[in-house]
Design a protein around this ligand. Sequence first.
Ligand SMILES: Nc1ncnc2c1ncn2[C@@H]1O[C@H](COP(=O)(O)OP(=O)(O)OP(=O)(O)O)[C@@H](O)[C@H]1O
Ligand SMILES: [Mg+2]
Length: 330
Amino acid sequence: MSSTPDSPIAILKTGDRQLDATLRPSVWDDYVGQAHVKNNVKVLLEAARKRGDMPEHILFYGPPGVGKTTLAHLVAASIDAPLKSTSGVAIERAGDLAAILTNLEPGSILFIDEIHQLSHKIEELLYPALESGHLDIVLGKGPSARTVELQLPPFTLVGATTKVAQLSSPLRSRFGGGVYQLDFYSEEDLRSIIARSAQVLGLSPSAEVVEKIANRSRATPRVANALLKRVRDFAEVHEKELTPDVADEAAKLFGIDALGLTKDDRRYLETLRDGFKGGPAGVRALASAMHEDPDTIENVYEPYLLRLGFIERSLRGRILTQKGKDYLGS
Ligand SMILES: Nc1ncnc2c1ncn2[C@@H]1O[C@H](COP(=O)(O)OP(=O)(O)OP(=O)(O)O)[C@@H](O)[C@H]1O
Ligand SMILES: [Mg+2]
């Protein structure tokens, strides 16, 4: 049984498109935390502006919901560039890539989400486009086939991925503007994000309520925003004030415990403990025992469990730590 459509796990996986868009910061000052990424990218953009050039290509990676797409939008907005968004799975054939690249407005940002999903063939086509702004297209078949070189409008590629390890090293090396890791957020940063989101939604929660939500947000802005919305809805439906107790009840109803873990995380830990004697267990075996897909296990469940120190990764697989056992025992 995989997670239900509106569980926190599902929200991490797929996002809440409307809420993400409503609460997405549109200026750098509203983009909280990740200072090293922000500062480096801003310098890169400013240097390009001074040269009168497009910035070099940039890659962002990190767990779901930590602000990769938001950064791509900010990059485009801050140099006043049109943004074209697509994703690794959407570019299947050479023709798809050619259509996207040749139709870019000059000076665009091309955002490719989940860029690790590009096929090898598409990657190879992309290299000359990234390096020298042209595309080699093969016309015709067999002996009469010929290659034409298509000149492309100038653009900057912004890539994002939750799985940087799956990116080929030739592709990785094409991001001359840098490869930036986005990390989980501190509680302080989460509190700032929640306070700003509350303002956008016309709410004024107390510091205590903000803290409750921050504690339960898996160190992830998308979860923080989703939980804030749940708390608001819960208070509205029950015609209650936004008190810390109401925040607790809403979080419980949403299926998040005091550490930000869901019943799905618990099931993961229990499967590791009971099905695999605490490990080591391979991710595929775990996924199959849980009827989940291995990608979700690796990208959605595990990063936060690793951060909490409830599991460890070894060469032979995942291991439940004493901390993880204690959590289950409680
Ligand atoms: N640094 C930040 N400051 C304020 N809000 C943020 C920040 N990062 C993310 N958010 C909020 O969290 C939401 C999710 O962020 P975003 O969509 O950019 O994540 P992502 O890393 O692209 O996730 P995914 O891997 O699922 O595509 C955004 O809509 C935004 O409201
Ligand atoms: Mg995204």
